[in-house]
Design a protein around this ligand. Structure first.
Ligand SMILES: [Zn+2]
Length: 77
């Protein structure tokens, strides 16, 4: 069984199909994969590799704005 990881959630995914599609740049190998979760993909092996490479480093976190310190509200009387 050919396995990889889901590009969406990182869960183990099974490559259920592999085939070559002709393109203007020549034949491109595609694969169909089904993850342990609800995802399935039909993509070129190249784009899967790209996705893996991109996913390898820790995902960039969205910058969380520093908590704005509010000036102490004047006591209400
Ligand atoms: Zn998944």
């Amino acid at each position: 069984m050919d396995t990889t990881t889901c590009p969406e959630c990182g869960a183990p995914a099974e490559v259920t199909d592999r085939f070559v599609l002709e393109s203007t740049d020549g034949p491109i190998e595609h694969l169909r994969l089904q993850c342990a979760g609800p995802h399935w993909f039909l993509m070129s092996t190249e784009s899967l590799d790209r996705h893996r490479t991109a996913a390898a480093p820790a995902p960039e976190r969205h910058l969380i704005p520093a908590r704005v310190r509010r000036p102490a509200a004047p006591p209400r009387s």
